[in-house]
Design a binder for this molecule. Structure first.
Ligand code: FES
Ligand SMILES: [Fe+2]
Length: 448
């Protein structure tokens, strides 16, 4: 299927309708790999996993397998984990420390910054003439951003910060500790990996800001999974400080956050950890330290969001991120990264990690509901009989505003309030722009 030659557009964000083929068509999927993933900056990991020179771990930049290294000079590299001789994965271990990687097929050897250093039969077979500078591992452009590591293999993509736009501060804020200190997180060793029979965009659009799907998690609400002991996941229901619920989207890049915007600054600490005194104390102190550090911006509680296209994070009491690794139109790997505050006492780290495992991940309780939702939606996207109707994204359409009373949220932010499919509409607007080259609908200039 060719997106450009469609009689009717597959994406119509102005009326909130999206053709279900974008989730099931293999040609569209292949086009996404070139037009969306290859041109975007992608999350590949966290610097805390490679503290020493020579440390490395395996990751994914979209569909591309990569090895993330800290080389002998201390520099972070993201190398395509495919041998330049015949394409074998060169590094075979999830993580470790190595000066070099030797390909198990014919023995080409690469240093931990990707240079080709060892070439069997160099003299006899290649007469010493093979240009080693040309045949090193393929290197991505790398951006280290407050601990997080991002990469793109595209030479002409804009810089990482330009591609984030006004989302930059909110990603930086996610990477802070709960006390508002920059680069305050560490990644837990080991990534929780699941495979779901679903298109990657179902997970991505949900985490961009689907506040509508509460009914899915009813059973979990009833068992009282929240640390407050309340029979709801929505710890905020008990917060006495008043706030508005915002869907903040950044249309230029397709990013979005969901947030509480408190009516007044310097709000009281609201405990989500009342059952664990050490954690309660840590978070109380962190709350007031964050207020001091962030000034007026502390009024915004960044609950989670997405960096387009495939990095989705949750903050607040379950600091983690999901990376949607696209494998086929109907197949996605979910790589779940867990983060903890670096400076928290061990007992607090253990509590958070245990809570997160109970909440999310392959053995958790909440994400299973979502995996089933997305798997089932995939079935709907493959139905021929259902093709006569597009998918519906009309919830609270037409209410988003560019000018918000708090300009520090971001000049490039288009904001909607309450339960809305605004962030999804912005996500698909950006997706369509990247896939077709047609201009976005949500442009500030167009609105003025
Ligand atoms: S494929 Fe790696 S050395 Fe041949
Ligand atoms: Fe969910």
């Amino acid at each position: 299927m060719n997106l450009e030659s469609e009689d009717k557009p597959l994406i119509d964000v102005q009326s909130g309708m999206i053709d279900r083929k974008i989730f099931s068509d293999e040609n569209i999927f292949e086009q996404e790999m070139e037009r969306v993933f290859d041109k975007s900056w992608l999350f590949v990991g966290h610097e805390s996993l490679i503290p020493k020179n020579g440390d490395y771990f395996l990751s994914q930049a979209g569909r591309e397998p990569v090895v993330v290294t800290r080389d002998d000079e201390g520099k972070v590299n993201v190398l395509l984990n495919l041998c330049t001789h015949r394409g074998m994965p060169v590094c075979r271990y999830d993580r470790g420390n190595a000066k070099r990687f030797t390909c198990p097929y014919h023995g080409w050897t690469f240093s931990n910054n990707g240079e080709l250093t060892g070439l069997p039969l160099n003299k006899e077979g290649y007469e010493g003439k093979l240009d080693r500078s040309r045949w090193g591992m393929i290197k991505a452009r790398v951006a280290c951003y407050y601990g997080s590591i991002w990469a793109t293999f595209n030479e002409s993509a804009p810089s990482f910060e330009d591609s984030l736009g006004d989302m930059a501060f909110w990603l930086r804020e996610f990477m802070m500790g709960p006390d508002g200190e920059d680069d305050g997180l560490e990644a837990v060793e080991g990534i929780l990996k699941s495979e779901i029979p679903s298109n990657w965009k179902f997970g991505a659009e949900n985490t961009a800001g689907d506040l509508y799907h509460d009914v899915s998690h009813n059973s979990v609400q009833r068992v009282g999974i929240a640390l407050t002991g309340l029979r709801t996941r929505h710890v905020w229901n008990a917060d006495k400080n008043t706030f508005r619920t915002l869907n903040v989207a950044f249309p230029a890049g397709g990013h979005a956050i969901r947030a509480n915007l408190y009516d007044t600054p310097n709000r009281e600490y609201f405990s989500q950890w009342s059952q664990i005194p050490e954690a309660d104390e840590y978070f109380r102190n962190a709350h007031y330290a964050r207020q001091k550090r962030l000034g007026e911006k502390e009024r915004l509680l960044n609950r989670g969001g997405i960096v387009f296209p495939n990095f989705a994070y949750n903050s607040a009491n379950r600091t983690s991120a999901s990376v949607w690794v696209p494998r086929a139109a109907g197949r996605t790997e979910v790589w779940k990264w867990v983060f903890l505050p670096k400076n928290a006492p061990q007992v607090v780290k253990d509590t958070m990690r245990n809570y997160l495992l109970r909440y999310a991940g392959p053995a958790g309780m909440v994400e299973q509901d979502d995996f089933e939702n997305w798997h089932s939606a995939q079935v709907g996207s493959e139905s021929v009989a259902a093709e006569r109707l597009p998918m519906n994204y009309q919830l609270h359409i037409g209410h988003a505003k560019w000018a918000w009373p708090e300009p520090w949220i971001g000049e490039g932010a288009l904001v909607d309030e309450g339960v809305s499919e605004h962030a999804q509409r912005v996500f698909y607007d950006r997706w369509y722009e990247m896939m077709t080259g047609k201009p976005r609908v949500f442009r500030k200039e167009a609105a003025e």
